[in-house]
Design a protein around this ligand. Structure first.
Ligand code: NAD
Length: 556
């Protein structure tokens, strides 16, 4: 059975008295602006409320693009787009989907980072659902206030680790909003099936606490039992209100991220994108890079800068990928080395978080990244530290001296936190580095060659995985689903992409890419009996039928 589609959900409501006249113009799901036809204007009592000329969606898109491009900063462009989303969702998604390479950096990283840092000052219309410590005992009751009853996916954050920008408290709400916009734009999840959630447990960000315009609770971050009870109540309420809902954890601090994932992954359909999604996108990038170098996965030695959710998530996925080739977890882990804020992760370190232990090896301590590169001689250097400019010229030169084609991925977000730029990586390595970054960089011209850096962003993975889980009615989200997604993504990289140094398909193909990832994920779900649904004859056809298209409904 196909989950409820856009057309169904809209036509169910259209056009009752409630949605005639000015009300329909103020309803972002049903608003068509100047695109209402003459017949619709009669039928919906819109005569006199709109200028006389009827515009086509293409003309409306042209106007929007003109406005966006006339703005002088990306933050202004973000604000314009958010306002458009609040007044005409269909047009918003049309513009985003038709211009994904231009719009994604505006609605997601890097601009969303700037927006979150100023959220309290740019706040206009509330979007998303807020759960705070004050709501204890009432979360389910308050969830009934949410206007859409068919929620299939929730992206939730507690704002503790927003991109690489740290604790932004309730202002982190921009992240779930942005991620869900990508779910719709990249994988066709209907906007009314999406619910952004901010779990406000306070903030330790002094500047926010001192800012009278801050929107969140004016208290320090609560931890321990109070935190756990609030989170448990949120999960329970979501499960009861929206049976089978998929919950994506996003930008939690790493102490909570790992333990909440372990605690809830078997209880609800839940995953942590920073751990599992990042793991899949980076390993897929390595698969792609090996198609360029001709190297074997089992011969790679990866040095990670940053041993948090993202770094460990990638290493775990890499270990799982090697397990498919018959390499034991113990052997595979020996190929992963970590540098974090305390230097090289070694077994002699007096104490360390549980998620780091499997990767702490017997080795003398090293504090300096360049020394670590020269000593360990990695084939790949992956940055997930949130520390900008840590891949210095000396580091990239050393990687190039060790490897004919060094893999250098500066994956920290936003752009301001990238470990090095695309231009630096290509220039310092004389064009030999295989480079990808978390936030986008422009192509780089070196001599007569143009290099197109891949964007190693989990936006390539989570929309497809989420769509696959939703379409198949998966009861749970497994690590294997992410490994399948990594293979699926890598299989969609073409020779032409690789020739330009790009280890991911172009973003312009993202809908097709996500649909295929969803098909492969759903296939696994059916094969492993992770659903009560019967396998359809043609999974891809079912996916295409479900996928939201930003097309106005007809009201007359
Ligand atoms: P985290 O807080 O869980 O981990 C950060 C890690 O960096 C920690 O191990 C910390 O010890 C280490 N670190 C801090 N300062 C350091 C220093 N000076 N030298 C070496 N290591 C240092 O955060 P995370 O979730 O792992 O995210 C890290 C970065 O990765 C962020 O910038 C985030 O935006 C980015 N990220 C990118 C993607 C993507 O799709 N490209 C996905 C997830 C996360």
């Amino acid at each position: 059975m196909v989950p409820e589609t856009k057309e169904k959900s809209l036509n169910d409501h259209a056009p009752s008295e409630l949605y005639r006249g000015v009300k329909i113009l103020h309803d972002p799901v049903r608003n068509k602006g100047t695109a209402y036809t003459d017949a619709e204007r009669d039928h919906l009592k819109l005569r006199g409320l709109l200028p006389p000329r009827v515009h086509s969606p293409a003309e409306q898109e042209l106007r929007v693009l003109g406005n966006i491009r006339a703005k002088s900063t990306d933050l202004e462009r973000y604000l314009y787009l958010v306002a458009l989303q609040d007044r005409n969702e269909t047009l918003f998604y049309r513009v985003v989907m038709h211009n994904i390479e231009e719009m994604m950096p505006l609605i997601y990283t890097p601009t969303v980072g700037k927006a979150c840092q100023k959220f309290q000052h740019i706040f206009r219309t509330p979007r998303g659902f807020y759960v705070s410590l004050q709501d204890r005992g009432h979360i389910k009751e308050y969830m009934q206030n949410w206007p859409h009853k068919q929620v299939k996916i929730i992206v939730a954050t507690d704002g503790e680790r927003i991109l690489g920008l740290g604790d932004l408290g309730a202002d982190g709400m921009g992240i779930p909003i942005g991620k869900l916009a990508l779910y719709t734009a990249c994988a066709g999840i209907h906007p009314t099936h999406c619910m952004p959630v901010m779990i406000d447990v306070g903030t330790d960000n002094e500047a926010l606490l001192n800012d009278p315009l801050y929107n969140g609770l004016e208290c320090r971050r609560v931890r321990g039992d109070k935190y756990d009870e609030l989170f448990a109540e949120f999960i329970e309420a979501a499960k009861e209100m929206f049976p089978g809902v998929l919950i994506q954890l996003e930008d939690f601090g790493n102490l909570n991220a790992f333990r909440l994932l372990e605690q809830y992954r078997d209880e609800v359909c839940l995953f942590d994108d920073d751990i599992q999604g990042t793991g899949a996108v980076a390993v897929s990038g390595i698969f792609g890079a090996l198609q360029i170098t001709g190297g074997k996965l089992s011969e790679q030695k990866i040095l990670f800068l940053g041993a948090g959710e993202a770094g460990i998530g990638i290493a775990d996925t890499f270990v799982a990928a090697l397990a498919e080739q018959g390499v034991s977890a113990e052997q595979a882990r020996k190929r992963c080395w970590f540098m974090d804020s305390q230097g090289l992760l070694v077994s002699a370190r007096p104490s360390m978080a549980a998620h780091k232990k499997p990767y702490a090896h017997d080795h003398p301590r090293i504090d300096d990244l360049l020394e670590a590169v020269n000593t360990l001689k990695p084939t790949a250097l992956l940055g997930l530290s949130g520390q900008p400019a840590r891949f210095t010229k000396e580091v990239v030169v050393a990687m190039t001296a060790i490897n004919e084609r060094p893999i250098v991925f500066a994956l920290s977000n936003p752009t301001s936190k990238a470990e090095c730029t695309a231009e630096q990586a290509y220039t310092w390595s004389n064009g030999r580095a295989i480079f990808a970054s978390g936030s986008p960089f422009d192509p780089v011209k070196l001599g007569n060659q143009t290099f197109v850096p891949g964007q190693g962003n989990n936006a390539y993975i989570f929309p497809g995985v989420g769509l696959g889980a939703i379409i198949s009615g998966a009861r749970t989200v497994t690590d294997e689903m992410f490994l399948v997604a990594a293979h699926s993504l890598a299989n969609q990289v073409t020779e032409a992409d690789l020739e330009r140094g790009r280890v991911y398909p172009p973003l312009t193909d993202i809908r097709k890419v996500s649909a295929r990832i969803a098909r492969d994920v759903a296939q696994l779900v059916y094969d492993q009996g992770l659903t009560d649904k019967k396998r359809p004859d043609d999974i891809l056809a079912e996916i295409h039928e479900y996928m939201y298209q930003p097309v106005y409904p007809h009201y007359a």
